[in-house]
Ligand binder design. Structure first.
Ligand SMILES: Cc1cc2nc3c(=O)[nH]c(=O)nc-3n(C[C@H](O)[C@H](O)[C@H](O)COP(=O)(O)OP(=O)(O)OC[C@H]3O[C@@H](n4cnc5c(N)ncnc54)[C@H](O)[C@@H]3O)c2cc1C
Length: 347
């Protein structure tokens, strides 16, 4: 079993809409530190499966560590989907679920900036966590654009109304209902977003929505590389099943092996790094408990900093230009280019 997986009790299940539930977790005292999270992060839940033993599914935390007592995820049914329907149908208060520690990079680093938040459907989950936190600990203004199929499918409608009343000067909430106005086009979104074009942007929603928002932001000359985006998808890998070592440095010519010093969990390891092997695989092969979930560059759980040396990524679906400029990389996709490298898991 993955060392970052823990059995947690579901304290309560709240029905949010006809097709969405929130699961509130009890965290035992000895796990408090491990389940400390930042607004915008997510948990990965193990969903039992008769066919494969289990599947892993990520769900963003809709709670805020600054205003809510317990971590809560909100799951919306995906039509025909396995994990979301199992969670909505089968979980009750008192049940135990196996859950990975919080992860993810969809997190504001500074809390006093103005925010432009864009969500559609279940994409509201990390967005409301960021929104509640920014109101509680920041000083900036927040504009939320929130698209839904119809009025009945708006998750957190009442909570958002309360927040908008409580912070009339700082929070503007705009609901967009497909049943009344169709899908939001890039042009319509750009018109709405123009007053907020200098805000920091966070987007979470289905691909079509995210693409309209990004095109609209492009029309306002906000570059795609500056927009923080959370991509929902189901994992194909299963981080609950630990894989056996896949490769070995033995038999690899010396010229094909770099050396890397890795700082992780308060320890430093110096390791040979075959040039064709991804950093995460090297670490796991050496029995080092590096954090990971998707291994496909989407979740950013394995994000780390290149302190010395040059590396390259095979794929990158989650780090934006600003983060790359700060030396961040995804261990699951990183290969060495220099001979001597230093990497720190410090994010
Ligand atoms: C970082 C992150 C955060 C997330 N946060 C949330 C959140 O807060 N709330 C939320 O509700 N979701 C969230 N998700 C999405 C969530 O993890 C799941 O992807 C989602 O619930 C669908 O999972 P599922 O098992 O129900 O669907 P799946 O079974 O994975 O199916 C997904 C789709 O694929 C189709 N499909 C399934 N199997 C096949 C097949 N064999 N052939 C063809 N098509 C098939 C299904 O019909 C369905 O349309 C998040 C994802 C990520 C990566």
């Amino acid at each position: 079993m993955n060392a970052r997986a823990h059995r947690l009790k579901v304290r309560e299940v709240i029905s949010e809409t006809a097709d969405a539930v929130s699961l509130i977790f009890d965290i035992p005292t000895d796990l408090t530190r491990r389940f400390a999270y930042a607004p915008g992060q997510y948990l990965t839940l193990r969903v039992p499966s008769e066919h494969t033993g289990s599947v892993a599914r990520c769900y963003s935390l809709s709670s805020s560590p600054h205003c809510d007592e317990r971590p809560t995820v909100t799951v919306k049914r995906t039509p025909g989907g396995y994990g979301s329907n199992w969670l909505c149908d089968s979980v009750s208060g008192g049940d135990i679920l196996t859950v990975l520690e919080p992860a993810g990079n969809f997190v504001p680093r500074v809390w006093d900036r103005d925010l432009l938040l864009c969500a559609a459907g279940s994409g509201i989950t990390p967005v409301i966590s960021i929104l509640k936190s920014a109101l509680a600990i920041g000083r900036g203004n927040i504009a939320l654009f929130y698209a839904n199929r119809d009025r009945e499918s708006i998750i957190f409608a009442n909570r958002l109304q309360q927040l908008a009343r409580g912070y009339p000067r700082r929070l503007t909430v705009t609901h967009w209902l497909e049943s009344e106005r169709g899908l939001p086009s890039a042009r319509v979104f750009a018109l709405w977003a123009r007053p907020y074009r200098r805000h920091d942007v966070y987007v979470c929603g289905p691909a079509g929505f995210a693409s309209s928002v990004e095109q609209g932001l492009g029309q306002l000359r906000i570059p795609g590389g500056a927009v923080h985006k959370e991509n929902y998808r189901s994992l194909t890998d299963n981080p609950f099943e630990v894989k056996q070592a896949m490769a070995t440095v033995r038999g690899t010519a010396a010229a094909d092996v770099a050396t890397v010093r890795v700082d992780i969990d308060g320890e430093t390891h110096t390791l040979p790094w075959p040039r064709s092997e991804k950093l995460l695989d090297v670490l796991l092969n050496h029995g080092i408990d590096a954090p990971y979930v998707c291994r496909e560059s989407a979740c950013a759980t394995c994000v780390c900093t290149v302190k010395q040396g040059r590396t390259r990524m095979l794929m990158n679906e989650s780090l934006i230009e600003d983060e790359l400029a700060r030396g961040l990389t995804l261990a699951c996709q990183t290969l060495p280019e220099s001979d001597d490298l230093h990497i720190a898991f410090d994010q």
